[in-house]
Design a protein around this ligand. Structure first.
Ligand SMILES: Cc1cc2nc3c(=O)[nH]c(=O)nc-3n(C[C@H](O)[C@H](O)[C@H](O)COP(=O)(O)O)c2cc1C
Length: 170
């Protein structure tokens, strides 16, 4: 039977939304998943029943997760496989920024909020401040998202082994 995957994201500028669409496309076309993409602005509490996997995505502003994505991170995912990503300009910045984005925006939040079920994959991607169309303002890399989604698809097909796939923007 096809795996059922929920991708729940919150985005203000659009990068986390675009990331969700790319991940959905890869999981559908390359791994045959049935994927539902939910914008948490429209539905802050999506029904998790029936899903094998949950992917949570958030943009980052002033170092913080968006509120509804934060709420989503704190739910009970027992019996499901999880993946988490953030979109933040610093994730594609100077080396010290990349490390900071990974540690502060991703790892610390996972450690604090996801004590029961650990993600099988996690990632920090770039974004844009004002305009996706301005190359000087956009450091979101769709190919990097596609590569991560393919690794995620492989991970979701494998038996749980408790080892998250580390994927940084460096
Ligand atoms: C008001 C504001 C604050 C921001 N603060 C940060 C920040 O602290 N760290 C960072 O890496 N990026 C920061 N950014 C860049 C965002 O991470 C970027 O806009 C990203 O695309 C947000 O995700 P979204 O497009 O899904 O909303 C900020 C952007 C705005 C507009």
């Amino acid at each position: 039977m096809a795996k059922r995957t929920l991708i729940a994201y919150q985005s203000k500028n659009g990068a986390a939304a675009k990331t969700a669409r790319i991940v959905a496309e890869v999981l559908r076309t390359e791994f045959g998943h049935e994927v539902e993409v939910v914008d948490l602005k429209e539905n802050k509490n999506p029904d998790l029943s029936g899903f094998d996997n949950v992917v949570i995505g958030s943009g980052i502003r002033i170092g913080m997760w968006y509120g509804r994505a934060r709420g989503m991170m704190k739910r009970d995912f027992t019996g499901k496989k999880l993946a988490v990503y953030v979109c933040a300009m610093r994730a594609e910045g100077k080396p010290e920024d990349v490390v900071k984005a990974w540690n502060d925006y991703l790892q610390k939040r996972i450690d604090r909020w996801m004590k029961r079920v650990r993600p099988v994959a996690q990632a920090a991607f770039g974004g844009w401040y004002k305009s996706e169309d301005d190359p000087n303002d956009n450091n979101h890399d769709p190919d990097k998202v596609r590569a991560w989604a393919a690794e995620l698809g492989r991970r979701l097909a494998a038996p749980a082994d408790g080892n998250p796939v580390a994927w940084s923007a460096s």
